[in-house]
Design a protein around this ligand. Structure first.
Ligand code: NAD
Ligand code: DAU
Length: 350
């Protein structure tokens, strides 16, 4: 059976990608490689953890010897690489951690793949999951395409840009079969409540202030996480070696408009009077270096791969609110820190 190492599979997007590959592809053995940082939560994969074509390996992509040993033992057919430090605000506080995980970790994986595949790149693939933030910021108009120049501004986006450049360099220099996709802002189930949408849902639920940076004028292009996971599955199977795809849902929202929409959905779901949740909106100091606007042109993906988003933002946001309200235990475990014991409780005794 072909083995695929999916890194960062215990995180938000990674858990959706792992689930999709495990359920749709019994022909693959999926190895979820994750360090279980604060962002990694194996409870995200409870529903598939006993599937015969799924395995979890705890490990750090920064540890080159460990990674090489894993590749030597498993001889993977392919890598789908999502493991990363992903939160812009944390990168402003601790840039070096982002350099280590996002750049050094990616190069360690590339080296291990190169050593293991030994030039046979016709039957192996290295897929790197990246972000639209590498392109920098847009003004009032325009969209990022695959040929937009890189212009990252935050330590997070600079580290992702660095990792993208290394992945391309391994294609151009060594002929490795690499693929990169750059996606816009995701939202949906299992989203860690440090990011805008799950943080706001959690705060509204508990009648706590909803922090909006600056004047809330910044624009993000939102994509339902399950549509991202489906795009990754399609690109993994259809892309040409060395290719790049932008992924986005043409769903541009000013932060303040998004938060107002979310407040009104929450009012309905929680049985509050219309306008009640919006009273929690609190404008706070802006993020340093805050990019004004992101918008993705995903026409190449739509044309060549046949992918289109399956839900509108309004539908996806409502589904997301319903998921968070129905999964109170998950949210409580994540906000209390209890989720970090899941590995010990479920895996240590196996
Ligand atoms: P996340 O923070 O939710 O999950 C990251 C996962 O990586 C966690 O499970 C964590 O434990 C693991 N990890 C971190 N450091 C590791 C290390 N050193 N070794 C092994 N595992 C490690 O992130 P996410 O939001 O799911 O993002 C996944 C990927 O998608 C990232 O590469 C990110 O840059 C990219 N991306 C995210 C978005 C988004 O909106 N969240 C959009 C576009 C691209
Ligand atoms: O564009 C893709 C990127 O989207 C991914 O590469 C990142 O991994 C992911 O975290 C996300 O980055 P953002 O910085 O855009 O997401 P975040 O949810 O942190 O912020 C969304 C917007 O909301 C942004 O303009 C900052 C603002 N914001 C954020 C938080 C956490 C607030 O106004 N208040 C907040 O409390």
């Amino acid at each position: 059976m072909k083995k695929i190492i999916i890194t960062g599979g215990a995180g938000f997007i990674g858990s959706h990608v792992v689930r999709r590959f495990v359920k749709n592809h019994p022909e693959y053995q999926i190895i979820n490689l994750d360090k279980l940082t604060y962002a990694g939560n194996l409870a995200n994969l409870k529903d598939i953890e006993n599937e015969p074509n799924y395995r979890f390996v705890k490990g750090d992509i920064v540890d080159a010897a460990f990674i090489q040993n894993l590749f030597d033992t498993e001889q993977p057919y392919a890598v789908v690489h999502l493991a990363a430090e992903s939160h812009v605000d944390r990168s402003i506080v601790n840039p070096l951690e982002f350099v280590m995980t996002n750049i050094i970790g990616t190069v360690n994986l590339l080296n291990a793949a190169r050593n293991t595949w030994k030039g046979d790149y016709t039957s192996h693939r290295f897929y790197h999951v990246s972000t639209d933030e590498v392109y920098g910021t847009l003004g009032e108009t325009g969209m990022f395409t695959e040929t937009t120049g890189y212009d990252p501004h935050s330590p997070y986006s600079a580290s992702k840009a660095g990792s993208d450049h290394f992945v391309r360099a391994y294609h151009d220099t060594y002929g490795m079969d690499t693929v990169i996709s750059n996606c816009s802002n995701n939202y949906g189930s299992y989203h860690f409540p440090e990011k805008l949408i799950p943080l706001a849902i959690n705060n509204i639920k508990h009648n706590k202030p909803v922090p909006v940076y600056g004047k809330g004028e910044n624009v993000r292009d939102w994509l339902w996480v399950e549509d991202h996971a489906r795009a990754i599955e399609l690109i993994f199977h259809k892309a040409k070696a060395g290719d790049t795809y932008n992924i986005g849902g043409h769903n541009e929202w000013k932060n303040i408009d998004l938060i107002n929409l979310l407040c009104s959905i929450m009012d309905k779901k929680l049985g509050r009077a219309e306008g009640e949740s919006a009273k929690l909106i609190t404008f706070v100091t802006d993020r340093a270096g805050h990019d004004l606007r992101y918008a993705i042109d995903s026409s190449k993906l739509q044309r060549e791969v046949g992918w289109t988003p399956s839900v509108t933002f309004e539908e996806g946001l409502e589904k997301t609110v319903e998921w968070f309200l129905a999964n109170e235990e998950w949210l409580n475990d994540v906000t209390s820190g209890h989720y970090q014991q899941y590995y010990e409780e479920q895996y240590d005794n196996r």
